[in-house]
Design a protein around this ligand. Structure first.
Ligand code: ADP
Ligand code: MG
Length: 282
């Protein structure tokens, strides 16, 4: 599944005193199988962009195309779209509402009109993907779970629709270090099994570890677009946007100021350590 933004602009509350342009002429294409990270300052338009991908928001001008079809054209099925493109909102656990975990996860598949047996299969499958044991958790109230578990229930509800693309708005925000890592490993596993991922994140280190491509947003425009190595090695440009590179790159950048000649595309701790070792030995 291919997602294309063609000259997409979005203005909130046009014509009112609160008018605010959140996206300006956004152009890009996401191909099947990518793990795209969206980064940028608060207010740069990341969430607005994400909500255009599954049609929750409509461009004020421009088009969003899925496999070449305009999702706002007459006759385009929004229902199919929302099934294929799953959206996990920021603090998704706040939207849990059913009395049991099973009912909550079954909500989407039920709306698809699937029969009971198929719904149960979908719920079991989704719970397995997020690492929640079906028999142990199905009857529990979502509200007796830990924050990390609740968020996984919310994600399972989206996965039960079997989306081809999963959009996650800051999925690790507010979790303790262990739940954070579990969440990231879960997203990594989904990507490895073929789901296209679009993840909004504030953590450059997480983005460096998991993304195959990085889109940097600045005041409603795409300021940078490339592989993590391409984007994060442009330290000065990132700083000018008010962002930092991952710690590994920042370290090399600082050392270069005092006479080292280190490469700026060693993102992992291991590669960075190796580059430092080589430089010190030479
Ligand atoms: P990000 O997710 O990068 O923090 P957003 O997409 O939430 O950015 O916001 C982009 C811009 O749009 C900001 O200036 C924000 O104030 C504005 N905005 C977001 N949501 C609304 C809304 N519902 N009504 C009016 N303005 C909004
Ligand atoms: Mg946001």
């Amino acid at each position: 599944m291919q997602i294309t933004f063609r000259q997409v602009s979005h203005t909130y509350q046009p014509g009112s005193p609160f008018q605010s342009t959140a996206l300006s002429n956004i152009d890009f294409t996401v191909e099947s199988g990518e793990f795209l990270a969206l980064i940028g300052h608060t207010g740069s338009g990341k969430s607005t962009l994400a909500q255009h991908i599954n049609g929750l928001l409509k461009p004020t001008s421009g088009q969003v195309l899925i496999d070449g079809s305009d999702i706002h054209a007459d006759g385009y099925s929004k229902k199919t779209l929302r099934q294929k493109v799953g959206m996990v909102f920021q603090y998704a656990e706040h939207q849990l509402f059913e009395e049991t975990v099973e009912k909550d996860i079954a909500f989407g598949p039920k709306n698809l009109g699937l029969d009971e047996a198929e719904i149960t299969i979908r719920v079991q499958e989704a719970m397995e993907k997020v690492g929640l044991e079906y028999d142990e958790f199905k009857e529990k109230s979502p509200f007796e779970l830990s924050g990390g578990q609740m968020r996984r229930v919310a994600i399972a509800g989206v996965l039960a629709m079997r989306p081809e693309v999963l959009i996650l708005d800051e999925p690790a925000a507010g979790l303790d270090p262990m739940s954070r890592e579990e969440m990231l490993q879960l997203i990594k596993a989904l990507h490895e099994k073929g789901t296209t991922i679009v993840m909004i994140s504030h953590s450059m280190d997480d983005v460096a570890r998991f993304a195959t491509r990085v889109l940097v947003m600045k005041k409603g425009t795409v300021a940078m677009d490339g592989t993590p190595e391409e984007v994060f090695s442009q330290v000065e440009l990132l700083h000018s946007i008010g962002l930092a590179a991952p710690d590994t790159v920042e370290l090399c950048w600082e050392l270069n100021k005092i006479g080292f000649h280190l490469p700026l595309d060693k993102l992992s701790t291991e590669d960075c350590a190796q580059a430092l070792y080589d430089a010190v030995k030479a």
